[in-house]
Structure formats: structure tokens, C-alpha cells
Write a protein that binds this ligand. Sequence first.
Ligand code: NAP
Length: 191
Amino acid sequence: MRNLIAGMKISLDGKTEGPEGMADWVEAWSEDYGLTPQIDACLLGGGMYPGYEGYWTGIRDEPDKPHWITGSPPTPAELEWARFAAKTPHYVLSKKLTSAAWPQTRFVRGLDEIATLKRQPGKDIYLLGGARTTASLIDAGLVDEIRLIVHPLIAGRGKALFAETERRRGLELRTAEPREGGRLLMIYGIG
Ligand SMILES: NC(=O)c1ccc[n+]([C@@H]2O[C@H](COP(=O)([O-])OP(=O)(O)OC[C@H]3O[C@@H](n4cnc5c(N)ncnc54)[C@H](OP(=O)(O)O)[C@@H]3O)[C@@H](O)[C@H]2O)c1
């Protein structure tokens, strides 16, 4: 069975974005959780898919241009993710979306299809977000591990990662690793 592993960048108070819909404390949206070597598919929610597709297409097509989200040119790690994402199947959980510009994108309409995907042969699957999708898949018992990069700030109002989580779950701490700039990577197994 393939593991489904969530990766999120959050504030200390558990926010994935501020009140304007942006996590402006995140300097780069690279895959910084050490997941790339062990995954061969990505899963994400329909809410974030259009912005995600546009962001990484922009970086791939114009690698020298400052991007509107971060205001800076992409980092080497972002360029690496743009290349990896372009050749990696992406599964989008949505009942509404029907078309995507990326040929490697497929839509999944319900949680049973995600359970089927986990049973197919392959490497692990990276759950990219957003908050609603991550919370609902944890509730459904489909997420095996969560990797959080906690940024050193209290964001205040904004979207909380676990705002809609309904069930209590024990976690197993696997790694706690300080990163540059006061960030902390925490890896938890989900029982
Ligand atoms: N800080 C971070 O690391 C991080 C990472 C990723 C994203 N983000 C941010 O998060 C925001 C998007 O998050 P979000 O929570 O608004 O949206 P989301 O999780 O990306 O997408 C929510 C949508 O996914 C579908 N969905 C979710 N759970 C479902 C279920 N159980 N069954 C069927 N469909 C389901 C529904 O789509 P339909 O309505 O189409 O059916 C729902 O409207 C973006 O602003 C993005 O920038 C932050």
C-alpha cells in the first residue's frame, strides 16, 4: 500500500494562509519536506489547483521572472519542483473542476478513488493541500504521515489547517528538525 503524505507550511498558530488568502511569510513554495525521492504522484484539492497550476507553469516558462506571489525570482529548489511537477501525475479532488491545462492532471471525484489510488502499485503520494482537503482526508483515515514546516510567527486571523478536522487522532513524532530562519520541520505518523 502506498503512503499518502501531507506537507504543509504553517504558522505557529496553525494557519496555512493569512486573512487575504496568502501565506506571505513563506519565501519559497519548493518541496522542502524531503519527499521528492519517495513519491511518484501528487494529490491536491480543487480549491488550490488553479492557482497551483498557474504558479508552477509561470516558473517553468519564465524562470528568471519575479513571481507575483513571492515577489522574487524562483529559487533553485522551486525550479527543481517545477520540473518534477511537470512530469509527475497530479490528482485533483474536485466535484466541480472539469479541465486542466496540464496533461499530467486527472480528477478524482470522491474519497473512494483516493483509497483505490493508494492500493495501486507505485511510490508514495504527496498530498499538497489545501487545508480543507488535508483535514478531510485525515478525518477519513487516508493520510499516513504529515510533514509540517512551522514558521516562527503567530499569523492571527487566517485559514487554520485543522479548522474543519472533526476526529481526535494520536500522532507519532518521527522527526523534529530546526531549519534556517527559525523554521522547524516536524514529521508525524498518523495512527
Ligand atoms: N501553507 C501551505 O503549505 C499551503 C499548501 C497548499 C495550499 N495552501 C493554500 O490553501 C488554499 C486552498 O485551500 P482550501 O482549503 O481553500 O481548498 P483546497 O483544500 O485546495 O480545496 C477544497 C476543495 O477540494 C474539494 N474537496 C475537498 N475535500 C473533499 C472531499 N472530502 N470530497 C470531495 N471533494 C473535496 C472540493 O472541491 P469542489 O468544490 O470542486 O468539489 C473543495 O471545494 C490556497 O489559497 C493555497 O494557497 C497553502
